[in-house]
Design a protein around this ligand. Structure first.
Ligand SMILES: Nc1ncnc2c1ncn2[C@@H]1O[C@H](COP(=O)(O)OP(=O)(O)OP(=O)(O)O)[C@@H](O)[C@H]1O
Length: 276
């Protein structure tokens, strides 16, 4: 396959090799490594090729260390890959053009909110308005809508530092959505949320996708997220694609011998097989 710029997201033979310093055990070896540092190379992503069309909500699955976060960071322009090519909305993400960064958002469940923790949620939203140059009327409309959908009116006057994890996630979503990104990269968005907060978040993402026609790539280890939001899934392991297709056909394709298995059971088996 070659680069298809007509697609909203296009990833072509993407590769990412990290170079990590080796820290030897023992004092003598540690001192020696100060003078002569050794590195080990880690192929986090190898030859990854896939595309997303406008309005698709796709699950990006794989065991721990499969390369999901690395891929999302590359798509969001945070990391520069070591090989391959990517276009998102026709842009090369790691060029980090303002026009590009204004149309996408990366939301990580492990770090739901960036920016100064001393600000209140409302001030953080205004900060986003300035940063992303959101016109005043659009900002008001977006805030009204987000307050309603995410039930955050009580959070607006509170400092970010004093929010619980679930509250941070809702406020973080509002901050990311206030400029109406067209492409969302959601990395474990329900990580650590209770059952009801996770359900609120799923409802919100589904509504946002339906209202705006946004394209969404979502990683999650919670199958409820994937089953509620995604018709298509891309499964990767050791940085390579193992499956790309309909969620409903995944178990038939990858575990045809299991009778009516849940997605958890299929993935558990695949991940364990992959580890062997
Ligand atoms: N900054 C880094 N330096 C060196 N190696 C890294 C770095 N970041 C990630 N890795 C390695 O790259 C591989 C892929 O990591 P990545 O975080 O992309 O996986 P993941 O699929 O998101 O995993 P998880 O489900 O655990 O979040 C792993 O082996 C990881 O240890």
């Amino acid at each position: 396959m070659s680069l298809d710029e007509a697609r909203t997201v296009w990833v072509d033979r993407l590769g990412m090799r990290y170079r990590a310093p080796v820290r030897p055990a023992g004092l003598r070896a540690a001192l020696r490594s100060v003078v002569r540092r050794e590195y080990r190379e880690i192929d986090a992503v190898t030859h990854l090729t896939f595309g997303l069309d406008a309005g698709e909500v796709v699950g990006f699955l794989g065991p721990n260390g499969a390369g999901k976060t690395t891929t999302l960071k590359i798509l969001a322009g945070i990391l520069h890959p070591t090989s391959g090519d990517v276009r998102v909305l026709g842009c090369v993400p790691w060029q980090r053009r303002r026009s590009y960064l204004r149309t996408i958002a990366l939301i990580r469940g492990s770090q739901p909110i960036g920016g100064p923790a001393e600000l209140t949620v409302m001030d953080s939203l205004r900060y986003q308005q300035l940063l992303y140059e959101v016109p005043r009327d659009d900002f008001r409309t977006a805030v009204d809508e987000l307050v309603d959908l995410l039930d955050i009116s009580e959070l607006l006057p509170r400092q970010v530092r004093a929010l619980s994890l679930g509250e941070r996630m809702r406020a973080g979503l509002a901050m990311a959505m206030v400029y109406r990104p067209k492409v969302l990269f959601l990395d474990e968005p329900t990580l650590g949320l209770d059952v009801s907060a996770a359900a609120t978040l799923r409802r919100f993402v589904a509504q946002y996708a339906a209202r705006t026609g946004a394209t969404i790539l979502l990683t999650s280890h919670y199958m409820a997220d994937v089953e509620a939001l995604c018709r298509r899934v891309i499964l990767i392991d050791h940085g390579r694609i193992r499956y790309d297709g309909d969620l409903g056909a995944l178990s038939m394709t990858l575990a045809p011998d299991l009778v009516d298995p849940t997605l958890d059971v299929v993935l558990d088996r695949l991940y364990r097989d992959g580890a062997r």
